[in-house]
Write a protein that binds this ligand. Sequence first.
Ligand code: MN
Length: 203
Amino acid sequence: MSEVLGRVEWSVATRPADGHSDSGDFACVRDLDDGVLLVVVDVLGHGTEAAKAAERFRDIIEGEPIGDLSLLFGRCDALLRSDRGAVMTAVLVRTNEPLIRYLGVGNVHAVVVRGDNRAAREWLLVRSGVLGNGVGPLEARTLPVRPGDVVVLATDGVHAAYASAIDPLQTVDRIAQTVLDTHATGKDDALVLAARFAAGAAS
Ligand SMILES: [Mn+2]
């Protein structure tokens, strides 16, 4: 079921690869002093070993101080050099900003669908690479958002055409589940995080 933190309401839907009962994909939503952080991670591979590595990585994501996305990714890259690699996209929603800050390494896709125009889709730009392999300097990007806009992140167990299944007027529960039901490939772990932005304190 959906949850609300600050100006973000979100929901997660997930399914392991066919024939498996646990997943190397996970989502983490953190309440920060000045906003909310949404993270979706796909630890390389699938099955039990990937799921165990995902638990270790989740502890890092939940515990690391978050000030700057590029620093967070740099720390994760360093920490994963001695563990299974991972791909990750993170979206930072600060309370008083009419925009999102984001950074992605690998193929966790993310798309913003406008609440007042469901045909308008903007893909967040994620760069290639794998955390743990050495990713070099990274810089977060920004994208303006308005109340009612929806961002949907999905791992590569979800077919990349998933944006067509997003109706921003539906509940975030329904959005996440519909994307999973219509676009999970079954060949890999699949996870979808759908989040809607409400008005911030300054907007
Ligand atoms: Mn995957």
